[in-house]
Design a protein around this ligand. Structure first.
Ligand code: DOR
Ligand code: ZN
Ligand code: ZN
Length: 429
């Protein structure tokens, strides 16, 4: 027995319109995609059916930058809660950052995360391994052992690798084993204690700002090192206009640099920050309106390749410590698609296909993953989305343990209604 997902709406490549299709799922795979106009409704007898009338049917979303907090910070999030939050957001594959406690710098910790994901997770979890032991920037981890254990790339996300020589060594080693280096770009000597960007909001409030150069200096440095070593270098959460320029330049030179951007950096600037509220504090910080325009333009011209959430849950107690003391980060899974769909697709700036590609096929392509495409023969990782019901963001309903979002109360369209991994419904409304 298989499952027919009937009457769903599927984007037609290059045509900015949806077409009614019926999908047969068998043995966890997409066994058939039937065109309603040409072939009519299928005979569903003997099969389970899911009626997707009025719903978008997409390949499941892929998020290559998330924090699941396990092991060590289970009060913020666990693999169980984080993957449920991801599933509610329409994600079927997520790649988790290694700044846990202990950090993911050893085979045992990779195995721990993979075992937990297998037993308690409900979507696919791909761990990253650290570049340096304990993320201290002093000594490389055992890349080949970590690769063997199953990491999808190397990163010290949460902190920047301060030493150029250390980064160069990491890149040379990663290149020799065909692995990607993923970088949180931040020069610590230029940051020192700021919570918000060096812009209007910091000036008005007499705060020390985080300058754009603290990010862009690493981006520029690392692109030169990527050129020298030939590694695939991926820039995390691009926020500054200067970074976009440097990446664009690097790509023009044929250097293997790719990058990602988060919904909040596409939608909010420091001038939107309502006051001293730590739900608006994340790293990198919300930049100026000029930077927001630059990252949007960068995504649109292909300088920035993919969209990620940087889902970073923290407890309410931590976020209530005041803006200076509160940790950086906001949750992202359960608002990402509705935000971008409402603000960029419904407004007519992007096609739905443009947005979906950057959340499905492009991340898969960048990291060599077999998912992210709606096609016969592929594993049935799918997301159904209600494009027509408007609902307000309500953190009380999040499946994440984190409630830390600046988007509370935003009225949005495009809410996922069912998520399927390998043919199995893992979450539905
Ligand atoms: O906002 C952030 N939160 N940025 C980071 O780089 C780390 C992350 C976290 O782990 O909370
Ligand atoms: Zn980061
Ligand atoms: Zn991160």
């Amino acid at each position: 027995m298989g499952t027919w997902i009937i009457n769903g709406s599927v984007p037609v490549r290059g045509q900015n319109r949806l077409e009614k299709k019926h999908l047969l799922i068998e043995d966890g795979k997409i066994a058939a995609i039937r065109d309603d106009a040409a072939e009519g409704a299928p005979d569903t007898s003997g099969h389970e059916t899911i009626d997707a009338a009025g719903k978008l049917v997409s390949a499941g979303f892929i998020d290559m930058h998330v924090h699941l907090r396990e092991p060590g910070f289970e009060y913020k999030e666990t693999i169980a809660t984080g993957t449920r939050s991801a599933a509610r957001g329409g994600y079927t594959t997520i790649a988790c950052m290694p700044n846990t406690r202990p950090v993911i710098d050893k085979v045992e910790t990779v195995n721990y995360v993979l075992d937990k994901a297998e037993t308690e997770g409900i979507v696919r979890v791909l761990p990253y391994g650290c570049i340096t032991k304990n993320q201290l920037g002093r000594e490389l981890t055992d890349f080949s052992a970590l690769k063997e254990a199953g990491v999808v790339g190397f990163t010290d996300d949460g902190v920047g690798v301060q030493s150029a020589q250390m980064m160069k060594d990491a890149m040379a080693l990663a290149a020799s084993m065909n692995m990607t280096v993923i970088a949180h770009c931040e020069d610590n000597t230029l940051v020192e204690g700021g919570a918000f960007t060096d812009g209007e909001f910091a000036r008005k409030n007499g705060l020390k700002g985080i300058p754009n150069e603290s990010e862009a200096i690493h981006v520029g440095r690392d692109i030169l090192l990527a050129e020298a070593t030939g590694v695939h270098y991926h820039v995390c959460h691009v926020s500054a206009e200067q970074s976009v320029r440097l990446i664009r330049h690097g790509k023009q030179f044929g250097i293997k640099v790719t990058s990602e951007v988060c919904p909040h950096h596409l939608l909010l600037s420091d001038e939107d920050i309502p006051g001293m509220d730590a739900n608006w504090k994340m790293n990198p910080p919300l930049r100026t309106p000029k930077d927001v325009e630059a990252v949007i333009a960068g995504l649109e011209d292909g300088t920035i390749d993919i969209i990620v959430t940087d889902h970073a849950p923290h407890s309410e107690e931590e976020k209530a410590r005041g803006v200076q003391m509160a940790p950086f980060g906001i949750v992202g899974f359960e608002t990402a698609f509705p935000l971008l769909y409402t603000k960029f697709v419904r407004t007519g700036r992007w096609t739905l296909e443009f947005l979906l590609d950057r959340m499905t096929s492009k991340p898969a392509e960048l990291f060599g993953l077999p998912w992210g495409v709606l096609e016969v023969g592929r594993e049935a990782d799918l997301t159904l989305v209600d494009l027509e019901t408007e609902k307000a963001v309500d953190p009380a309903q999040f499946l994440s343990k984190g409630r830390n979002t600046p988007f509370t109360g935003w009225k949005l369209f495009g809410w996922p209604s069912l998520t399927m991994v390998a043919g199995k419904t893992v979450w539905s409304e």
